[in-house]
Design a protein. Sequence first.
Length: 418
Amino acid sequence: MKQFSIKRCKRIVVKFGGASLADHERMLRAVTAVAKEAVKGTQIAVVVSAMGRTTDLLLNAARNASSGNVKKGELDDILAMGERTSIRIVTAALKAKGVKSRYFDPLDEDWPIITDDNFTNANPIEKQCIEKIRQNILPLVDKGIVPVIAGFVGRTLDGKITTIGRGGSDATAFILAKALAANELVLVTDAEGIMSADPKVIQNPKRLGKIDVHMLVGMADSGTKFIHRKALRYKDPSINARVINHAHGDLNVEGTLVTGGFSTELDVIVASNSPAASITVVGCGVSEKPKIIQELAEKVKASATMLGLSVNYNSIILYLTEEGNLDLVFEKIHEAILGHKETLAMSVREQLAFIKVSGVGLEETPGIIGKISETLRVNEINIFGIVTITSSILLFVDWTQRETALNLIKQSLRGGKK
């Protein structure tokens, strides 16, 4: 007997930012784009932000009216009004176009986004969110009904309204996409995608066709249109996100594809299987001579693996593996030092362990470096080098103490629990 496989309909989550809903023309364009896609049989779930700068207006009004004394819980209730209004308008507009739709408000019994009670910057409790989405949102999506969910907004277990903070609507969208096993997440903004530079600084930046989250999270938030770090921690590595411009009125335009994902927990590992070494080069004004830094780095890379680099005005520290001909590296570095008037001398420390602490959101967690360094200090373990990079901390300790240091760091990040 011939068997037939049932092909699932394409399923997407679409998030509209505030700029893409700023006025009635943009709102109509957004709704029309969703309706066009729904007619094709695509299963769609929609996340919406507040219209335009509604949240800023509500924030200023609340603070000014209360002389800045409004409580955080009360403020969240007020700020949520922007998204709660948007979901009603979008749902009504979709119905007017013949699209079956239903909005989800944080006061609804089946509201899916559950958070902690850290008001104005709440954190979604991902496991509970996913369970509720699959229980309450998925059945509607399967039936071809378009659910419209308020982004940026959450609710505590005891029913209080919260707001998720910067990137809140994106976080909602990522969690929704993961729970629904969407084929793709479409983020509709007022930019053509992720740009190569801030358009306010560079006149003609280029749109990136694709970018991995590990690169994206390293970009400074200086006005360049990209996804906030807090939201990225909820991205499913298997579901791509596409950032597009609302002006096209089409959910299928190219934009920028955001790929990959992060571990949601802080991870601590000994990152090198063999001991590492550090070479400290001292001099005067070496940070002002990029050619010297480049030359020294190239000398290392010719014979060993570079693990990190630290620079200040009067010194350069190079971290490298001890594999290969280490004596040759030392000789080459010394020759380079003698060839420049700005560099005076070098010192070497060998038998170091390279420990890496990583995880998205690490740079937004206050006191991480303090916790690590204090734990190691109390246990008489010296830190011979520390390099901080977005979402990672690189530490160098004595090779013989690597396992002890690793376990101590893990305990400190878990609040002392073994």
